[in-house]
Design a binder for this molecule. Structure first.
Ligand code: PHE
Length: 455
């Protein structure tokens, strides 16, 4: 292979892993989770967990992928048979989480589509400025069927990309969108920073006030680490199979975690200065913070309607990319389980199942608005159950499977690079974090959240 070709393919593998990690989790979810949990201290906790628990499990997933099997369901079955223990439940749990997250993620991607169309209307509208300033979430909040329809459009497009085998073509488009998104990000951050609120925002984000942490902070930070790095569902296991043998997977994991964290922090710098200008505090903790803030920022920029359109287009492509990862993993598992079914049939069945499930998050604010537990809406409870409880438990499953599947020699061989310079020492740290530190923290996080719920 020519030098250029191997560089290009190397880049595209990175794109897959980074693309699955960076998405709505960083840009939409992270700002409101930080707002909800009081800023700086939580941010520090999050970064610490991302580079310990998150990174170590990410590397374990990538290495599991290299050990030959494609789907987590298959791996858990294999280990179950070997160990004669019902570890296949971990595989089943990961599939369940995968389906529900895809349903939930599609609804939020539908919100992005709504904004995208609004900005298109903004471009052709006579009074552009007035139109953009009027863009908000009201229409979405009041209509479950609008949310459901948009989410369906999103999911069907993803299904089309997967079923027609045009993923590679999509990846190319996505690769071109990334630099545009990066430039837009920087322009928006600069604009955001020229607002009056900057010093308050810097204090909020970078001056940790530890009294803001409570019993559920650990679980929330950990849950978001799993979500944003796409851990616990075997997605990174699948991507691990793509990397060539000479690629040092721990370094891949480190780079993916670093890029993901930088993107998340950039999202904070973009959203908070404008959110701080609002008089309502409730605003920071609202899942709509990104969607409410950005139009107000675009109004302040020349050709804002055009930039807004580009931004939401790129964001939607990122959401399609992450959704494709979820869908692919589901379909791969489905086809593994039912050999006789064709790929198109399994895509069709998976999509039908997810469409049905989507009814719940899409109508949570309207039809299901009466269903409230622990003072939270249906959607908030679903988010919390999935991300703060089930994902970390599934991560625990990955650890168990990892230690059962690979013995010490295999683990070492896959972790330590050819030069072996620093990786000997790193290997010991990694195993310690994976074996002791992560399980203890995951257990503690779940316990403390429970205690907080019933206090
Ligand atoms: N990591 C993705 C994001 O941050 C979300 C995701 C989670 C994608 C799980 C795939 C699997 O947007």
């Amino acid at each position: 292979m020519s030098k250029k070709a191997s560089w290009v393919s190397r880049f595209s593998f990175y794109l897959l892993a980074v693309g699955s990690a960076c998405g709505l989790g960083n840009i939409w979810r992270f700002p409101y989770v930080i707002g909800e949990n009081g800023g700086g201290a939580f941010l520090l906790l999050y970064i610490f967990l991302a580079f310990t628990v998150g990174l170590s499990i990410l590397v374990a997933e990538l290495i599991l992928g290299r050990s030959g099997e494609f789907s987590l369901l298959k791996i858990t079955k294999l280990v179950s048979l070997q160990a004669k223990k019902p570890f296949y439940w971990f595989g089943r749990l990961s599939i369940l989480i995968n389906v529900v997250i895809l349903a939930y993620y599609s609804v939020i991607s539908g919100w992005v589509l709504h904004y995208l169309t609004q900005f298109i209307v903004g471009i052709v509208n006579e009074n552009r400025i007035a139109y953009i300033s009027s863009i908000n979430m009201e229409a979405l909040k009041n209509s479950g069927s609008l949310q459901f329809s948009l989410a369906s459009v999103h999911l069907l497009i993803c299904g089309f990309v997967v079923a027609k085998g045009v993923i590679e073509r999509f990846e190319k488009i996505f690769a071109q969108a990334l630099p545009i998104l990066a430039v837009l990000f920087i322009v928006l951050i600069i604009r955001s920073f020229s607002l009056d609120s900057t010093s308050d925002v810097m204090r909020f984000l970078f001056y940790p006030d530890f009294s803001k942490l409570n019993l559920s902070s650990l679980g929330r930070a950990l849950g978001h680490v799993f979500f944003t790095l796409s851990l616990g569902m075997g997605i990174m296991v699948t991507y691990g199979t793509y990397f060539k043998n000479d690629e040092h997977l721990p370094s891949v994991g480190f780079r993916v975690t670093t890029i993901d964290t930088i993107v998340s922090i950039m999202a904070l710098l973009m959203v908070f200065p404008i959110a701080f200008l609002s008089d309502s505090n409730h605003y920071f903790t609202d899942p709509g913070i990104l969607f409410e803030s950005l139009p107000r920022l675009f109004v302040k920029i020349q050709y804002g309607e055009f930039f807004g359109f580009l931004f939401f287009l790129c964001l939607w492509l990122a959401a399609v990319n992450a959704s494709i990862g979820l869908l692919e993993t589901l379909i791969a598992n489905f086809s593994d389980k039912f050999h006789k079914i064709s790929r198109n049939q399994s895509t069709f069945m998976t999509i039908t199942g997810v469409l049905l499930l989507m009814i719940f998050p899409a109508f949570s604010g309207t039809l299901f608005s009466k269903f409230k537990w622990f003072n939270q809406s249906f959607m908030e409870n679903l988010d919390s159950l999935l991300i703060n409880y089930l994902l970390p438990i599934s991560g625990l499953g990955i650890i168990v499977i990892f230690f059962h599947l690979l013995n010490e020699t295999e683990r070492k061989e896959k972790f330590i690079d050819a030069t072996g310079k620093n990786s000997q020492a790193m290997y010991r740290h990694w195993i310690w974090i994976l074996k002791w530190f992560s399980p203890v923290l995951i257990g503690l996080a779940i316990l403390l959240q429970f205690v907080n719920l019933f206090r």
